[in-house]
Design a protein. Structure first.
Ligand code: PLP
Length: 391
């Protein structure tokens, strides 16, 4: 038997993490101190990019990207329906007209063939930005997206909230860390507790473009700067200027300390998540279940382990697992079918592959502190479900 309910994702907080937070609480700064730039430097080094800007959450990160790209009302922005709604909302805050591009049925990521079809039938420059999501931790083909961006003239923001620590291989055979922005304008991350780096709340924007970094850093804190080289005049040491209308999207020092402490374990977390994934793959292979797609040259970050089951079985399996204290999750309800997006004219039938995926998907427990016994309990429960409900 298990001692406590098993959810689809869970944070791991070690004594070292607690120590890092306590030390910060005893320090001189609770916000805007040294820990935030420290984390930003560590994260940029880890990914291999120039700039990282830490903010209060992943949604704020998306909003700031939209601001940095100067998204205006009715600008067209393409994203995927299989994501948390924040991927679209961050651009919608500025009035963008969101276009949902259907998914690839194998990877569940934005289908770049379909994207190309959308782009081909519109004049160049119609779409201001494309925002794919590395759903579940699987990387989008950023190189192909980059070529499309050059051909059709749009900015790229990769929503990497599910995928820090994952990697892929480009056509030159070079390993690319997810979020390093070698082929993208900006990438965003979330440090929500179910994510790889669990800072309570938190987010980050990465980029290699100084102009975009300067903008998101300015908008993160009210559009205020004290940088003498940017001031229009200087009345003395106290002087600052609000140069743009920004937000308070700052993060605290203790969250940054927690994020830094967790970043040290990110590689281990990815390894452990992959171990858990392989064990599920093997254990479920003789059941009427589709397990996640993989490809050579890719390190899947496995934020989620999503299986597909027959639509007629999905709810029963979900309920059966719940009855056994296993809280598997359905991720995601296609964003374009949300009442809000329907009120803007989106409708069922718009992204049929995503809608079909939604009837089949189920995210099984996947987090590095899931023990072998707990995972076995989950596997046994799934096998028992199918024994009871004949295949
Ligand atoms: C794909 C994706 N994008 C964006 C976000 C938003 O991040 P946050 O919850 O930190 O605002 C999430 C969080 O759940 C997410 O899963």
């Amino acid at each position: 038997m298990i001692e406590h309910p098993i959810s689809y994702g869970h944070q791991l907080i070690t004594d070292e993490d607690i120590q890092a937070v306590v030390e910060t609480l005893k320090s001189d700064y609770l916000t805007q101190g040294p820990r935030i730039p420290e984390f930003e430097k560590q994260f940029a080094n880890y990914l291999g990019c120039e700039y990282a800007c830490m903010v209060s959450n992943g949604t704020a990160a998306l909003h700031l990207c939209a601001m940095a790209l100067d998204i205006k009302p009715s600008d067209k922005v393409i994203t995927t329906p299989i994501t948390f709604v924040a991927s679209a909302n961050g651009f919608r805050y500025l009035g963008a007209d969101i276009v949902f591009c259907d998914i690839d049925p194998k990877t569940f990521l934005m289908d770049l063939d379909k994207l190309e079809t959308i782009l081909k039938f519109s004049p160049k420059g119609t779409y201001k930005a494309v925002v794919p999501v590395d759903f579940a931790g699987y990387p989008i083909d950023e190189e192909r997206l980059h070529h499309l961006a050059e051909e059709y003239g749009f900015a790229t923001v990769i929503d990497c909230c599910h995928a820090p620590g994952g990697s892929w291989t480009d056509s030159k055979g070079e390993k690319q860390m997810i979020g390093n922005c070698k082929y993208a304008d900006m990438s965003v991350f979330s440090f929500h507790p179910v994510k790889h780096i669990a800072a309570g709340e938190g987010g980050c924007i990465t980029t290699n473009r100084k102009d975009l970094y300067d903008k998101v850093a300015l908008y993160r804190t009210h559009g205020i700067t004290k940088d003498p080289s940017r001031l229009t005049r200087n009345d003395g040491g106290w002087y600052y200027e609000m140069q743009e209308l920004g937000y308070n999207y700052r993060i605290t020092e203790f969250q940054a300390a927690l994020a830094s402490s967790q970043l040290k374990r990110l590689d281990w977390s990815i390894e452990r998540r992959n171990e858990i994934a392989h064990r599920y793959d093997e254990a479920l292979q003789n059941l009427p279940i589709l397990t996640p797609y993989r490809q050579e040259g890719i390190t899947h970050a496995f934020h989620l382990y999503v299986i597909e089951v027959h639509p007629s079985r999905r709810k029963a399996l979900y309920d059966y697992l719940r009855d056994h204290q296993i809280f598997a999750q359905v991720l995601y309800i296609p964003a374009h079918t949300m009442p809000y997006y329907k009120s803007l004219g989106h409708k069922e039938g718009e992204c049929p592959i995503a809608e079909d995926y939604y009837t089949r998907c189920l995210a099984l427990p996947m987090y590095p502190s899931l023990t072998d016994e707990e995972q076995q309990y989950v596997i046994d429960a799934i096998i028992n479900f199918y024994l009871k409900n004949d295949n």
